[in-house]
Design a protein around this ligand. Sequence first.
Ligand code: ADP
Ligand code: ZN
Ligand code: ZN
Length: 732
Amino acid sequence: MSPAPVLRVALATPLRQLFDYLAPAVPPPRGVRVRVPFGRRRLVGVVMGNAETTDVPTDKLRPVLETLDDRPLLEPGLLDLLQWAAGYYHHPIGEVLAAALPKALRLGASLTAHEQRWRITPAGSAAHAQGEPRRAPRQREVLATLLGQERSAAELRAQLGETWRNAARPLETRGWIASAQAACASSAPAVQPFAPADGPTLNPEQRAAAERITASLGQFSAFVLQGITGSGKTEVYLQVTAQALAQGRSALILVPEIGLTPQLVARFRERFGVPMAVLHSGLTDPERLLAWREAYSGRACIVLGTRSAVFAPVANLGLIIADEEHDASYKQHDGGFRYSARDLAVMRARGAAVPVVLGSATPAFETLFNVATDRYTRLTLTRRAAEAAPPRLALIDLRAHAHTGGLSTPAVQAIERHLAAGGQTLVFLNRRGYAPTLACTACGWVAPCRDCDARMTVHLSARALRCHHCGAQAPLPERCPQCGFTVKPVGQGTERLEDTLSQRFPGVPCVRLDRDVIRRRGDLEAAVRRIASGEGRILVGTQMVTKGHDFPNVTLVVVLNADQGLFSSDFRAPERLAQTIVQVAGRAGRGTRPGEVLIQTEFPDHPLLTGLLSEGYEGFARTALEERRQAAWPPFTRLAAVRDSAPSAEAALQFLTEARALAEGAHGVRLLGPVPAAMARRAGRHHAQLLIESRERASLHRFLAAWLPRLESLPSARRVRWALDVDPMELF
Ligand code: ADP
Ligand code: ZN
Ligand code: ZN
């Protein structure tokens, strides 16, 4: 008798290895979860394959305790992607798997568990036929949804929104609907009758784009759909998704931020009316498990979500879309496993042989580089659906014009003009709070954060000082703690700007959009409604206004201060500045009136600003990419960063210095640093970084693979918190 086969199991431990266990009588296939003993604990792991040979002596091999799935939880393609990601980001596979799975599944919950299913009773059908309950349209909606078919709680939520239970309760009380626990389907889904609602007729550019993508269904191809907000990108996504669904396949749609999900979910739901699985960080664990089940079982043929949704199980994947692909939120930038969901989306599409669409008004420079080198195909939308002339951009020289409260005279005059003509104005300032600094008028003291190399921001209405880096909070002092003289806020934040504008334009209602006023679900939608209804005439906002939302009556955009991005040590700062300006500018002139964009700056001759004005984003990108080529930055080189933090600056630098010493003589890579971070002390810890650069992706990865295990065994590694970031998005 041959010995029982040995399984290779991935476990969520920081060790860079798989673990060998004796298979049970029926050896589970790759992708199935098993429960195994690990030291004195029991862990849930994922079978990665069979071991041909094992280094573990036979009498030390421990058996698998339990097989948790009757079919693979992760299909082979997805498992391949995760294994590839573990290699590329040099992160232990067990932790990569843990990042991909909902907590409940990591802990061993059953994927085919029982779930609540609802049906309409004969009494309910009769009531519905008579138009009951007359005064409760939501309840009628629930009845209509259940007519002729049972639905799971998740489906009802997906179709009717979070509040469906409020409407279901009275119906259940009257005996018109009933629920039962049923086993969750784990086999192929029932065929969905598929009848999407009509969309608008595509304009020629949209049609060309949709046709190109549709023609690629069934094979890998990467498309960049470039068009400003309002140019009809979403409409192209909808049409291409319709084609994929019509072929019986599913679509995976990624957005960079939770705030962008409701709008997009609403548009897909409206158009298709099929069950959708929505995955984002705002879900509770049970909700996430449900959404995962919906996707896994294939009942949801549209899966929409933020970053980690790139790992969602999508039965029968046919298409991947990543909207706002340039957004840095696609990169996981904390924790151990720092991946780019956008880049993994492309890898996943390649593995699954399906097209991927990267949409943006301002594609990342890396993406433009991939277009220039023919790896990606660009499809351009140049027209807005409701066409106005593109907005006119102009600079205001802050040195040449008087300004009060951050607003220059030409900007104030322009606001007056646009208000008089019935337009709305958007004033953009990427800094929330009342003022970035509280200073003493006598001795020069400024309120510092105790734990960071940063100043506290004044929040006047909250009567507080807050650190935007560590979250520390203190009461607003009345007097200088150093000399007892009066203190005053210095500089501009959105809260102060709102005040200034209300004083300058009395009676003109102002709406502010930033994280201090938009805190709960629904706040953003409410604010956007006030703006859309014309109730708010002036909008003040941070980065938040650049994302997704349409403000069709905004005819003037004022960028209060463009200068923060001009002189950063981060080689990506110019790219971000250009993206922000173009995205903010894109809010102007969405209706029939042409828009005007005014950018206040103290450096009107700065080549980045003049370049952007004269050549637009494309020309700007060309110039900036050439600069990167000369400076040997990505995408012309490959970059990784080791970052660490420690209670003392010495400890933070020591680890990286030793790490660098280990790398002496390495071939094909260049090490830069270590240097303390630009803001070295944050939340009481000192931060530093070491960059590794290479012309060849292969040399970088060969180097990292050999170097990292040695870093891990450095004694100084135990005195710091450190992490590797491959393709870092932010350098400090
Ligand atoms: P984007 O995603 O690029 O911001 P959308 O697809 O949301 O653009 O389109 C902006 C607006 O124009 C939406 O209200 C959309 O319904 C409408 N729209 C898009 N394409 C067309 C079209 N071909 N005909 C008419 N309206 C359109
Ligand atoms: Zn003082
Ligand atoms: Zn702080």
